[in-house]
Write a protein that binds this ligand. Structure first.
Ligand code: SAM
Length: 292
């Protein structure tokens, strides 16, 4: 592991973290909050691999990771981090060997876009995440997909805040939503979401653009999905009601399981929590707006 000196000369760096599978969720959360991309499991679940652009790997990066993990009670002796340079041109494909088809909910399988030999069912999703978040493997995405599968019925419209690879938008369309707006703060995600949507759904139901949360957006939707970390979710809460139709619903994910009840209590008063689901580390909720 680098001792904290500045990292120079290569555009992308590969992080390899050997740790127990029980630590994967916390480790992923910490890496995501430090803007790391392409997180995937190492073979045999020995740990995680991820990629980070050089300009983010400043001298305090490792300290920030250690501090964050310690706050979440993951001590440095519970993982082993190595960082090595990655050829810049192909970095987005480096995690491909670790990415495989996986059954994600009762109905849906996520299939790497390049595995053309796979049989694709009506609800399955072909995905090439490139450098964006949303492979379907991460529990925060799975929780959203589970809630989407349960909830989508009569809704016509959806806004997907932090669309990433577009995975939730694609799933929603396959489940019957008619019009979807995806937004992401990251321009690369906007391109990737567009490509993935067009790969799966050959229609014009998806609009995607770069935007921070719902700032400046006038549309109202029957359903909002937001798989973000807790800070941006809390920033989003005050603007939810005005972007939902009379009895619109919201799916929120990306919150640590230990904090999901607190987040539910922080929802604006127009909302009633309908469901909270959790994995060991992550929580998601479904809430409905009640017109007063
Ligand atoms: C955890 S990923 C979720 C991706 C995908 N929706 C899923 O469920 O797998 C969060 C996404 O939100 C985006 N994001 C983070 N902050 C944002 C903000 N303030 N406004 C819009 N998008 C944001 C990130 O770029 C990232 O693509």
């Amino acid at each position: 592991m680098n001792d904290g000196g500045d990292f120079i000369s290569t555009q992308w760096w590969q992080l390899q973290i050997l740790t127990d599978v029980r630590n994967f969720d916390l480790m992923s959360a910490a890496l995501i909050s430090l803007q790391v991309s392409g997180i995937a499991n190492l073979p045999d679940d020995r740990g995680l691999v991820a990629f980070v652009p050089e300009q983010q790997l400043h001298s305090h990066w490792c300290d920030q990771l250690t501090t964050l993990l310690e706050q979440w009670h993951l001590a440095p002796d519970q993982y082993q981090l190595t960082i090595k340079p990655q050829a810049p041109v192909n970095w987005g494909k480096q995690w491909r060997p670790y990415y495989h088809a996986v059954q994600i909910t009762h109905f849906m399988k996520i299939v790497p876009a390049w595995q053309t030999e796979q049989t694709i069912g009506p609800y399955d999703i072909l995905l090439d995440p490139k450098e964006s978040f949303g492979t379907g493997i991460h529990p925060t995405t799975r929780l959203c997909l589970q809630l989407l599968e349960q909830v989508v019925g009569q809704q016509q419209t959806m806004i997907d805040v932090g669309t990433g690879t577009g995975i939730l938008a694609i799933a929603a369309r396959k489940l019957g939503i008619k019009q979807i707006l995806g937004v992401d703060i990251d321009t690369a995600a906007v391109t990737v979401a567009r490509e993935n949507y067009d790969r799966n759904c050959h229609d014009k139901a998806f609009t995607v653009r770069q935007n921070s949360l719902l700032a400046g957006i006038k549309d109202k939707a029957d359903l909002i999905t937001a798989n973000l970390l807790e800070d941006p979710v809390r920033q989003l809460l005050p603007s939810l009601a005005s972007h939902l139709t009379a009895t619109g619903q919201v799916i929120i994910s990306g919150i640590l399981a230990s904090r999901i009840e607190l987040l539910a209590q922080a929802l604006p008063s127009q909302f009633t929590v309908q469901q909270i689901i959790t994995t060991q580390e992550w929580g998601a909720l479904l809430a409905q707006k009640q017109e007063k």
